[in-house]
Each structure stands twice: as C-alpha cells, then as structure tokens.
Design a protein around this ligand. Structure first.
Ligand SMILES: Cc1cc2nc3c(=O)[nH]c(=O)nc-3n(C[C@H](O)[C@H](O)[C@H](O)COP(=O)(O)OP(=O)(O)OC[C@H]3O[C@@H](n4cnc5c(N)ncnc54)[C@H](O)[C@@H]3O)c2cc1C
Length: 481
C-alpha cells in the first residue's frame, strides 16, 4: 500500500493534530487491548495479552503485511541462562549479558532497565518456545562482535521472516485476537484519565475505544524529516534499508501526551550496501581485512570502528559512495559461511581483477591512488604498525586476485523513543505514567545509548520482543483484574 505522504514526513511539532480529545469523537467499536503495529513487538504483545480468554485484542498494521523490520532482521534473540544455552554446556548470567550491552553503549542507558531486560530474556525464550511452540535453535557456531558468550536463539534459516510467520500463525489461532493489515492507526484518542482509544483506517476511519493501547510502531528511520531533526547530520541522506511503515508515529503521539523522549539521536546504520545490487555486503569482508576507499582512491577512516558508525563516513564521501576492496582469500573464507555474502555474490555484487589498478578501473575509483592505498595498507600490516587511518584491527595483507564492490551507507532503524518503565508503560518526565499507554521495540527508547556506536547486535529484538511481552502481560493483568 502507498502510505499517506504527510505521515511519512510529520515531525514532533506536528503531533498536535494526531491526538484528539475523547469528548470530540464518537466511538464506533471497542476492544480491550489495542496494539498499533504488527511487527515483532506488536505480535508478541498481542500473544501475551491474549492469554486471558475474556479479553479482546486488536492488532492494527499500517502496511499490507505484518513483520516490519522484524521480518527483515535475522530474527536472532539474545538471551542468557536459557535451557538451550545450558544444553550447549554454557552457563551465562543475565548480569554478564547486561555487561556486554552496557560496555557497548558506554553506560549511556538506564542500567536497571538493561539488567531487567536481560533477567527477563530467558523467560522470553522459554515462553516463546514452550508456551507458544515457536521454533528457536541455539546458535553456537557464530558469535557477534562484543558478545562475550554464545547467546543467540535463532528461527529456522536465521531469518526474521520465519519468526514473524510463526508468531502470526499463533495469533490466528487465538479466537480473542483480531489482526488487520492495511489498517493504519492515525490518531490517539485521549481524555483526562489518559488514553481511551485510537482513530484508524486507510480509506474509512473508525474510532476505536480501547482499555489500553500498546504502541509497537517502531522508530522513525523511514521519516527523513524526523531523522534530519534528531540524528547526526548527513545520515538522513543514507539509503533507508528498513520497513516503509516506520515513520515515528507512536513516538510523536506519546510525546504529545507528555511522554518523555530519550536518546533520539540513536540509530543503527550499515556502511556497505552494494550500490548496484542493493545487497548487504557483510561487514565480515572488512573485518577479515578488506578496506574502503573513496572515488579519489583515498582511505577516509578506520573501517574497523564498526559497520554502524562508519555508515555516515561513507555518506560523507563524494557521491556518498565508497569502494570496498578485498582479495580472494577473504572471498573463500566467507563463501558458504555468511548468507549475506552468498546472496551478494549470487546477485553479481563483486568485481574480480588480477590487479588493484584493473579492479579500480572496473569499479570507478581512481586507479593509481587506489593501488597506492592498498600498497600503503599492506606495508603497515606487514610491519604490524597502525596504517594511514590508524587501523590495527582485523587486517591482512591483500594479494591478487582482488575483489571489490561500489558501496553506500544505509540506515536500518532508529533506537531513540519514549521512556518506559519495566512494564513498558510510557513515562512522563516527572516519573508518572500515562494511563493506558504502553510502548515497546523501536517506539520506546532502546538500550544502545546515543548515536550510532552503542548498538550491540540483538539490541533491537531484545527491546522489541522483551517489552512486547512485558507490556502485553501488564495490560492483561491490569484489565483482567
Ligand atoms: C535490515 C535490518 C536488519 C536487522 N537485523 C537485526 C538483527 O539481526 N537483530 C536485531 O536484534 N535487530 C535487527 N534489526 C533491528 C530490529 O529488526 C528492530 O529493532 C525490531 O525488529 C523492531 O521491532 P518492532 O516491533 O519495534 O518494529 P517492526 O518490526 O519494524 O514493526 C513495526 C510495525 O509497525 C507498523 N506501523 C508503523 N506505524 C504504524 C501505524 N501508525 N499504524 C499501524 N501500524 C504501524 C509498521 O508498518 C511495522 O510493520 C534489523 C533491522 C533492519 C532494518
């Protein structure tokens, strides 16, 4: 479906039009728990709320399919102390998992909340697998950077689409849940006592009375105006790689009702999306020794700083383009190991040449300067000294035959949003909560601190599924007494 253009561009300043007073509307229908957004957070929240048979739950998804960014992700859920982890012979505490998250974000997030989400992570996985028969396998052959232990629990194919498909199927079995697509929530309805419902509908709007509203509308990476207003300069020019529906709607509505916002500058980017094919060139190419140059054939920063924060450095190069250079040894090492790499190969993303000069000619960067950049890099690696951009990590001497791709920086998702408590209730600056309003996933403030560097792999689903479940449980308990 094509989304209403004005919703794609609204900013926090426009939010006044998006919250209407209860006395100004007539309710058409009613539900107990209204979930706005049918991604990972929304689907999990709906399942948790539906566990009280007497409650009705309605999930409204703006686009024509459920899944959002959750379907685009690997679907891997980080959790410490699970049965699957123990069966693999690993004993990990929630505190150790929290430590990794806090070290990565430089302790810029609410430490208590991070610890709480990590303590809840094993229950989340057990609840999904045992109570809802969701298929998750323990991943003990690949550890993400800065994860001090194996802790990922993956759906089949390590693909978020499978996770979403199973969650959707479980929801459809619940007779007390209604799930509608092409059904954007356009406004919140609020009275003196808090949130009373929503206005929704793409063609014909309905006013729905709700006992509670759970905002699961993700962040605002699909809204260039909000990205420009809140994130670091230039990242708004990056290719948007996430779901089209994520335009910051729930964040604006919650803020309009007094909800506190935090870390609105936080986002996850990716530095190496192949320009010609749109494929992700896995950052394992770089971390195994590949380098990036600009069209002048110059290195422009330490690529090993991380794929997220290096995205904006790529965007700042001429034509927002960089050229990834690696060699056959790296190619062979990654082949068959990384789905993203194999997919990029299958799409014809990489050029091959016997010399750096020929590769650069094929790619379009300056041949002599690129050859010089590779030579300088190789000399520094051989001498075990920092290279011209100060890089010391993940290097190797590059040798013929060479491979390369023309790449650009992309924006995956934002991580700032509404401040919530341990139940996912939206909080005001004075610590009170907005009655009847919950938020989770990318709509709530994440656990990645500020900017692009604090994101630890898995943080997205930790907050989406973690808060989705906690909000669903609390909404259920408060409504069913
Ligand atoms: C390419 C990519 C790869 C990623 N890989 C990983 C990964 O491997 N691990 C990880 O942890 N995280 C990953 N992430 C991040 C992760 O996917 C997200 O943090 C997480 O899925 C967010 O879940 P969510 O439910 O909050 O939002 P989503 O899953 O995005 O769902 C939000 C839904 O709300 C809908 N919506 C928005 N506004 C409205 C409205 N007004 N009315 C009704 N519906 C609305 C949207 O259309 C969307 O379907 C990745 C993100 C991307 C883009």
């Amino acid at each position: 479906m094509s989304l209403p253009p004005e919703q794609q561009r609204r900013t926090l300043d426009d939010a006044t039009d998006e919250v209407v007073a209860a006395e100004e509307v007539t309710f058409d229908v009613s539900t107990d728990v209204l979930v706005a957004g049918g991604g990972g957070c929304g689907l999990v929240a709906a399942l948790a709320a539906s566990e009280a048979d007497e409650l009705t739950v309605t999930v409204l998804e703006k686009t024509d399919t459920v899944g959002g960014n959750t379907a685009l992700s690997t679907g891997m859920i980080p959790a410490a102390g699970t049965r699957l982890q123990q069966e693999a012979g690993i004993e990990e505490t929630a505190a150790a998992m929290a430590q990794d998250i806090l070290e990565k974000n430089d302790h810029e997030t609410d430490e208590e909340l991070v610890h709480y989400l990590c303590e809840q992570s094993a229950d989340l996985v057990h609840w999904l697998t045992s109570d809802w028969d969701v298929t998750l396998e323990f991943v003990d052959d690949f550890r993400y950077p800065k994860h001090s232990e194996y802790r990922m629990h993956a759906p089949p194919g390590r693909n978020g689409e499978h996770l979403v498909e199973e969650l959707r199927a479980r929801i459809e079995r619940q007779s007390n849940v209604e799930l509608l697509t092409n059904a954007p929530v356009t406004k919140l309805v609020a009275g003196n006592g808090g949130v009373e419902g929503v206005v929704a509908g793409a063609v014909r709007e309905e006013v729905i009375r709700a006992g509670t509203v759970i905002l699961a509308t993700d962040g605002f990476a699909g809204n260039r105006e909000m990205v420009r207003a809140h994130c670091e300069e230039d990242i708004e020019r990056a290719l948007y790689y996430g779901a089209s529906g994520n335009t910051g709607d729930g964040i604006r509505w919650g803020a309009q009702l007094g909800g506190e916002l935090a870390c609105m500058d936080a986002y996850q980017g990716h530095a190496t999306v192949v320009n010609e094919t749109g494929a992700l060139s896995t950052y394992a190419v770089v971390m195994n020794g590949g380098i990036l140059v600009n069209e002048r054939g110059e290195r422009f920063g330490d690529e090993s700083a991380g794929y997220s924060q290096f995205a904006v450095d790529v965007i700042r190069q001429p034509s927002a383009i960089a050229y990834e250079i690696f060699d056959e040894r790296i190619y062979r090492r990654l082949e068959g190991e990384f789905d993203d790499f194999d997919r990029a190969v299958a799409l014809g993303s990489y050029h091959r040449a016997d010399s750096v000069t020929k590769l650069a000619e094929a790619l379009g960067c300056h041949p002599d300067a690129t050859r010089q950049a590779v030579r300088a890099y190789n000399e520094a690696v051989a001498a075990e000294e920092p290279d011209e951009v100060g890089r010391v990590e993940g290097r190797r001497v590059l040798e013929s035959p060479f491979y390369g791709a023309k790449v650009t920086g992309s924006l995956f998702h934002t991580q700032g949003g509404l401040v919530v408590d341990e139940h996912g209730r939206v909080c005001r600056t004075d610590g009170s909560t907005v009655d009847g309003l919950y938020a989770g996933g990318g709509c709530a403030v994440g656990i990645s601190g500020h900017g692009a560097s604090g994101y630890l792999s898995g943080n997205g689903l930790t907050t989406a599924l973690g808060f989705g479940r906690l909000a669903g449980i609390h909404a259920r308990q408060s409504l069913s007494g």
